[in-house]
Design a protein around this ligand. Structure first.
Ligand SMILES: Nc1ncnc2c1ncn2[C@@H]1O[C@H](COP(=O)(O)OP(=O)(O)OP(=O)(O)O)[C@@H](O)[C@H]1O
Length: 214
């Protein structure tokens, strides 16, 4: 799998021979994925196909049964600090902590504790006005926009997005498309899952179709 046309660089993410089971359920096996710098790849497939599980495994949040993952040339080791600087996922289980505002969360994710960068990140997703709100007081779409805005303050080489279109209204959807189109950088790549054929078509990116476990 390669990066988008005209933006090809060296492999940022290389996954080889991945296998994951839950008890008797084989979710995927011998799964390979390579994404170049500037690349964006979409995972599609029916409910239960294994998209979220794959993203969790790539994020290092869930152990694999077999296989190896390399990120910018380094074998992924979820127990190392460098792993968490290299990989970032806005996944199903995005955690909002109690008693912290949206801006507090983002400041914690920003290595430079850069309040201006936090403001700009929220602004880019049209939610600068919620910076001092508690996440539980927000609508699901506002929370999704804030979660997506964190990708501008948290460092990453590999960004993993699980159904990023969820809860977004049409304006939020357009913002998401624009942000993803502008995210290409030589030492960065993105893997996302989606049930939106419109999003995948708009992005014009390579698609991997996963099948439901038998
Ligand atoms: N913690 C778990 N324990 C046992 N089985 C699990 C667990 N998480 C997922 N599964 C199973 O693994 C398979 C893949 O699930 P997964 O959530 O990765 O699919 P998905 O493609 O993301 O689905 P959806 O489109 O519904 O989000 C399913 O059969 C699911 O039942």
């Amino acid at each position: 799998m390669t990066g988008r046309e005209g933006e090809r660089g060296q492999a940022v993410l290389r996954a080889v021979g991945l296998r994951k089971t839950f008890r008797d359920t084989l979710v995927f096996e011998n799964f390979h994925l390579e994404v170049s710098g500037g690349g964006l790849v979409a995972l599609v497939g029916p409910n239960g196909a294994g998209k979220s599980t794959l993203l969790e495994c790539l994020a290092g949040a869930m152990p694999l049964d077999a296989g190896s993952i390399t990120i910018v040339g380094e074998v992924s080791d979820p127990s190392s600090a460098s792993h968490w600087r290299s990989v970032y996922g806005v996944l199903d289980d995005f955690t909002w902590l109690p008693d912290l505002t949206v801006a507090d969360h983002m400041m914690l994710m920003s290595p430079e504790r850069d309040a201006d960068a936090v403001h700009r990140a929220l602004e880019s997703f049209g939610v600068a006005g919620i910076r001092d709100r508690m996440p539980e007081s927000l609508s699901s779409g506002q929370r999704q926009r804030a979660a997506l805005a964190t990708v501008h303050v948290r460092p990453w080489h590999v960004l993993l997005l699980d159904e990023p279109e969820n809860h977004l209204d049409s304006e939020g959807f357009e913002t998401l498309v624009r942000e993803l189109e502008q995210a290409a950088e030589p030492r960065r790549c993105i893997v996302l899952s989606s049930h939106s054929s419109v999003l995948v078509e708009r992005l014009g990116c390579p698609v991997i179709t996963m099948a439901a476990p038998g």
